[in-house]
Design a protein around this ligand. Structure first.
Ligand code: ZN
Length: 368
């Protein structure tokens, strides 16, 4: 039987410092990952019941993952488009856009109630993350965004931005932090219209989140975190406040402290080759994306130990396809997707290039 590249019972010892005898990238089990994602696309295992509210997000992982693996043609694109559009909430009229609600996309059917006698949803749970995922999927399957009711989304999205520049994800209120600034920036970028946010305020909020150690916290004054740092840097890049490939251009003067950020980022690669999200935490597959994508945007991905990273990721690769959070555990869709994005950032053959700041394949981001 072909070696799937995953560690077995007899192979639980820590990897040696020697380079693997064959290239780690050869053990990326492309075909098995395609089958895994196709299975997830057809029907999710019951373990995902508790994540029903995030149905669009799970679909984004599966469909974007298939595109990265060069297999997006295995999904019925028209069916996907009509399914995604069925989650959009629309106001009854223009005046309603000022009612403080957000008219974006629901995450799933369970947050979507039937319309009242006036054809209006009485329980609007449109969410910024679901809206980002909906638009990302539509972009990936080549849907023409001119057919989207852009005005409803963008005009009402301004209702979610706070005085300090942050965003709450849903009109009824929730945490306000960098995650939703990123979602708002990505939504504006995909729709090619920045009327949905006050960019200057958003920029100021992001800059306030850079910590003394160079990383970014989710809110001003909080501990530096890989996911928050991605949201900060990717948002600034999408908004055009920082150039791409800053490090290669030697342009270290920027609105953010790039040398301090680079110092924090590069210290996140642990001795086992993987990336941790915060100081003193265990390596976790998804941070190979959250941290790796920041380096890609800055032009510093070449500074990491790529072979060690791939070797760590392969200890998280399942023999059934997919990736787990930690080595030798069962795979999940979230960590699988970020495993694929990490291998794409490492330019492993067989994977399409990734648009790091948008989190979708580059070809899809370019509308190709
Ligand atoms: Zn993780």
């Amino acid at each position: 039987m072909e070696d799937p590249g995953v560690a077995t019972e007899a192979d639980t010892s820590p990897p040696s410092d020697d380079e693997p005898s064959s290239s780690s990238v050869d053990l990326f089990d492309h075909d098995r990952h395609v089958v895994y994602l196709q299975m997830m696309y057809q029907m999710l295992p019951y373990h995902y019941q508790t994540q029903e509210i995030n149905r669009l997000t799970l679909a984004y992982f599966a469909i974007s993952g298939l595109h990265l693996l060069g297999a997006v043609d295995s999904v019925d694109k028209e069916q996907v488009v009509s399914w995604v559009l069925s989650f959009q909430t629309r106001p009854r009229n223009k005046a309603q856009l000022e009612d403080g609600q957000f008219y974006g996309f629901h995450g799933s059917r369970t947050s979507q109630f039937s319309l009242d006698d006036n054809g209006v949803s009485t329980h609007n749970s449109s969410h910024l993350a679901s809206t980002y995922c909906a638009l990302a999927i539509l972009k990936i399957v080549g849907f023409d965004m001119l057919n989207i009711d852009t005005e409803s989304i963008l005009t009402s999205m301004r209702n979610l931005q706070q005085h300090d520049g942050s965003f709450m994800p849903i009109h009824s209120g929730a945490e306000m932090d960098l995650r939703f600034v990123y979602c708002a920036a990505a939504i504006c970028f995909i729709l090619e219209d920045w009327s949905g946010m006050d960019m200057e305020k958003a920029k100021d909020y992001i800059l306030n989140c850079q910590s003394y150690d160079g990383g970014f916290g989710l809110v001003p004054g909080s501990e530096s975190h890989g996911g928050a740092t991605y949201c900060a840097v990717a948002s600034l890049r999408l908004m055009g406040f920082i150039e791409d490939d800053l490090l290669s251009k030697g342009a270290l003067s920027s609105i953010i402290d790039v040398p301090l950020l680079l110092d924090w980022i590069l210290q996140r690669q642990a001795a086992d080759g993987g990336f941790q999200g915060r100081t003193n935490k265990a390596s976790d597959t998804c941070y190979a994306f959250w941290i790796g994508a920041v380096l890609k945007i800055l032009g510093g991905h070449k500074f990491i130990d790529n072979k060690s990273l791939c070797r760590f990721l392969l200890t998280c690769q399942s023999e059934y396809g997919g990736f787990s959070k930690y080595p030798r555990e069962l795979p999940d869709l979230y960590h699988s997707y970020y495993g694929y994005t990490a291998f794409s950032l490492s330019e492993v053959p067989g994977l399409n290039p990734l648009c790091a700041e948008l989190g979708i394949p580059e070809l899809a981001a370019l509308g190709m």
